[in-house]
Design a protein around this ligand. Structure first.
Ligand code: MN
Length: 260
């Protein structure tokens, strides 16, 4: 009887902990504070709290080919970066980005980022854009040598993709201000020289389709960011290089790589 009671208490405790982890505000006191990742919202004093960062891989045919896969046969695949991988890059400014440790082949991948204010499971494509709060310019920075090395060993990509500050991002622009992005130029320059130059309409899976697909694997939630994949011609940067990311309709993203 007493044992059953203790078990009941444990189960109740678990249930309460589960509730607390998803409840928005009221939290138990903590022995220390953990910074909450967020991204400023353009034209607003508010910030967008980041819950998860999903990234889609090989979403432009020419990039899929340069990475050694066949874009006609592969369904979209996803990986994540930790939410605190965001590094905010203020518009009109150049932000220093430290060259990360362990790599000798550090690559840019310029990407359109969709920011969600609604969630869901098994979201139909035709409703998917309702989940989108806004868009930003982002970089999926990649330690390519580590990514490839782990891939060759059939080990997780984590160390190549999901490191500190691996997601430089500009402010989030609300859909009400900028609309949805289904086409338009996406261009990355390094030291003024064009490196990546494509159109958002060349995505294999558009943002609505990405959301629909992702929501079959994960329950999407407000605060999720989706990096929508990079076009072809990814390449390396070294300390001293200035990257400029341009997506038509959003302000340029300027990031200078500095010694780590
Ligand atoms: Mn990417």
């Amino acid at each position: 009887m007493q044992r059953r009671h203790a078990l009941g208490a444990a189960v109740t405790g678990l249930a309460a902990a589960g509730c607390a982890s998803t409840a928005p505000a009221a939290e138990a006191a903590s022995p220390f504070q953990v910074a909450r990742a967020s991204v400023p919202i353009a034209g607003s004093p508010e910030v967008f709290p980041v819950r998860r960062i999903y990234c889609i891989g090989r979403n432009y045919a020419a990039h899929a080919r340069e990475m050694g896969s066949d874009p006609t046969r592969e369904p979209p695949f996803f990986f994540q970066k930790p939410s605190d991988a965001v590094q905010f890059v203020a518009p009109g400014q150049t932000t220093d980005h430290p060259y990360p440790p362990l790599t000798k082949n550090y690559h840019y991948e310029l990407e359109l980022v969709a920011a969600l204010h609604q969630g869901g499971r098994n979201v139909p494509v035709e409703k998917a854009l309702d989940l989108v709060y806004g868009y930003a310019v982002g970089l999926d920075m990649t330690r390519r040598d580590l990514q490839r090395g782990m891939g060759d060993q059939k080990k997780p990509w984590e160390i190549g993709k999901s490191f500190d500050r691996s997601a430089p991002i500009g402010p989030i622009h609300r859909v009400a201000q900028v609309g949805h992005f289904t086409s338009g130029a996406i261009t990355l320059k390094v030291n003024g020289q064009v490196k990546q130059d494509a159109n958002l309409n060349q995505m294999i899976w558009n943002v609505a389709e990405q959301i629909a697909q992702l929501s079959q694997a994960f329950e999407l939630m407000p605060g999720d960011l989706i990096f929508s994949g990079t076009p072809e011609n990814v390449g390396p940067v070294v300390p001293g290089d200035l990257m400029e990311g341009l997506i038509a309709g959003l302000p340029p993203l300027r990031v200078k790589v500095v010694a780590g």
